[in-house]
Structure formats: C-alpha cells, structure tokens
Design a binder for this molecule. Structure first.
Ligand code: SF4
Length: 367
C-alpha cells in the first residue's frame, strides 16, 4: 500500500561531480552508498573475503581494507578479484602500497596526505597510475593525522584546517589533470565535522565521503553519526557514508542503511512502528516489538509493521501500516492494509504477524 511517488526528502542533493568506485557510482545523482572497512588481517585472504561476503549480504556497497604491510599488499589482487563489491585499499605512510593497490585491481585507493611523507611530490605519479588503471582516489583527511604545517598554523584540527588540507591536496591532483577523487574531512566531534563538511561542500564540487571518525562504541557512535550525517544529508551534502563504530563492521552497514532510510535517501525496507509503551499498555510492547523484529529480520521488501500497546493510538497506527496489531484485554486486533482481519489471543500475536508478513512479502515478490 505504499504509493509509487518518490518520498519527500529534506533538501535537494548538492551538485557534485560523479566518480566511479568500480561498478559503484559516487556523486552526482548516484544513490548515496554505504561503506565500511574489514577488521580481518588483509593478508588473511580467506578471512577477509569471508567478511566481505557477509558485508555484501548485509547490503554494503563498497568495502575498504587496510594495507599496512607488504603481506597485505600481496593479498590485494586475490581480494579485489573475488570480492563482489568494489574494494578500496586504505594506505597510510607508504606510497609504494598505493601503486601496489592500483596494480592489484582495487577499485579505489584511500590516501591520507597527512600520513604520507613528501606526499605532494608523489601526487603526479599517483595520478598517472590511477588514471591509466581507471582507479579513483579518496583524499582522506583526518583530525588525528593532520598535516603538521596546518596544525602549526591553526593550533589544532579546526574545520578550517581540515578543509585547507583537503583543498590543497585536491588542487595538487587537479594540477595533474586528475579529477576522479572524493574527499573526506573526518573529526570525532560531530560539530567540528559538520562544519568542516559544510565549508568543503561550498568550496568545490567534489563528491564527499562522510564520516565521524573514532565515533566510539555502538551506542555513542550510532548517535554521533546519525546526528552528524543527518544534519549534512538533510542539507543535501554527502555522496557516500561510512559509520565508524567500535563494533563489527556489519553493524556499521546496518546503521548507515538505517540513516539513509530514515531520511528517505534509500527505500525503506522493514520498518517497525512500535510505541514506547506507557501506563496504559495492556501487553508487553518491548518483548512483542523485539520478537516481531527478530522474526522478520532479513525481509527485503518494504513493509511497515505497527506494534502498539493499547487502543489510544493503536488502531490508527495499525491502520496506517501495511500490517499491525493494536492490543487490549489480552487480545490483539490484527490489521492488514488498514482492515482488521482477525482478533487473536495475546499468545498468538507474534506468530500471526509473522505469518501475515510472510504472506504479504510473497505477494510483493519475495520468495
Ligand atoms: Fe501508551 Fe498506548 Fe501510546 Fe503505547 S499506544 S504509548 S501503550 S498510549
């Protein structure tokens, strides 16, 4: 019962130029992509490919792998060849690994100018090699590794300092007629990060990779990222996102997708509309919502399921959803597409909702 009309968004997308990260387009009118980074040793090809397969199944669009040693560089060809999603090699300190990653068939390379000595002298060679191979670059400026010259000038990693570093490095690539790069200016403070991206967005048409760096454990990091990304994406700023959590990367992918879905920047899939419960609740809403969420995990069709604790807002929300329950007096009224189809005892609410959800999903084409 969702209409085919495009759902409203908070602001038109900022006009950015488009680049390719392998088969994924970034910038312009390309869908905003979600990326993460593997946590395995890159040199362990099997473990890394296994994790990439799990991330791909979770809906990750692009994956980044660290490349701190020659063993890791040696593993890149195999990883790039067998990954189903584009692989970005993440390079700090050693320019030789940039060239190794390009030769290995990686879709893109992330370079951190602050961590590559005499980086500016290497830009021409990197640009030439990347252009010849059709590989794009991310200029990844980080507060924690800001160019020393800028740290001295600004005293700390201010938004202006991050942006000056990024714009300078961008100009070096552009001087070599290389334009296939995106930029990030990450900081662990969402306020500094937001300001930096706003300044950067106004300074050029580069596609932007959003990230709050070192955002923290799952709870804090999710909120920091949602607040910062929400503010920027809500202004149309941002072309690809990476949520950084001290948690497994699949969690980062799920949070990234949820942020985009919340802003109507990606079609909503399963959405549970559940009430917070209150003194009027006549069922255990928390358990009910958790059980329904767990029972429907992995469903890929758009489905809004309302789980409501009483008759105050229950029937209204349940009617608006594709599927819903309004509970009261030990029973649940089950709604499908706005109509009550049956009333079941409380003990049958979860299984009935899951049965009905599967039936609707099948009708919508999910086998
Ligand atoms: Fe409370 Fe009922 Fe609203 Fe849930 S639906 S929060 S139980 S009034």
């Amino acid at each position: 019962i969702r209409s085919n009309e495009a759902p409203p968004v908070l602001a038109p997308r900022r006009a950015s130029r488009q680049i390719k990260v392998g088969k994924v387009l970034v910038g312009g009118d390309a869908p905003i992509s979600v990326q993460t980074m593997t946590t395995t040793l890159t040199s362990d090809v099997n473990a890394t490919l296994q994790q990439i397969a799990e991330l791909t199944a979770a809906g990750c669009d692009i994956v980044r792998v660290a490349c701190p040693s020659q063993d890791d560089a040696d593993a890149l060809p195999e990883i790039a060849k067998h990954s189903q999603i584009p692989v970005i090699a993440d390079i700090h300190f050693q320019p030789k690994y940039v060239f190794a990653a390009i030769d290995a068939g990686c879709a893109a390379v992330r370079v951190n100018p602050g961590n590559i000595r005499q980086f500016d002298d290497q830009v021409g060679a990197i640009a030439r090699a990347a252009k010849d191979a059709g590989v794009s670059i991310r200029i990844g400026v980080n507060a924690g590794s800001l160019d020393k010259r800028l740290l001295e000038k600004y005293g700390k990693a201010t938004p202006e300092a991050l942006v000056e570093s990024a714009v300078w490095e961008a100009s070096l690539f552009e001087e070599h007629d290389f334009h296939d790069f995106k930029i990030s200016v990450k900081h662990n403070d969402p306020v500094v990060m937001v300001r930096a991206y706003e300044l950067l967005a106004a300074a050029g048409d580069w596609p932007l990779h959003l990230g709050v760096t070192e955002a923290g454990p799952a709870f804090q990091g999710t909120i920091k990222s949602a607040v910062a990304f929400g503010h920027l994406l809500g202004q149309g700023i941002g072309d690809t996102i990476r949520v950084s959590l001290s948690a497994p990367p699949v969690e980062e992918v799920k949070v990234g997708q949820q942020i985009l879905q919340s802003l109507n920047l990606r079609p909503r899939k399963l959405e549970i509309v559940s009430c917070p419960s209150c003194g009027r609740a006549q069922v255990d809403v928390y358990t009910l919502a958790e059980q329904v969420t767990a029972g429907l995990e992995g469903l890929t069709v758009p489905l809004r399921v309302a789980v409501m604790g009483c008759v105050v807002n229950g029937p209204g929300e349940a009617r608006e959803a594709d599927l819903g329950v309004a509970s009261g007096n030990g029973k649940g009224q089950i709604f499908v597409k706005g109509e009550v189809i049956k009333t079941v005892p409380e003990s049958k609410i979860v299984e009935t909702l899951i049965e009905e959800a599967m039936r609707i999903a099948e009708e919508l084409g999910e086998g």
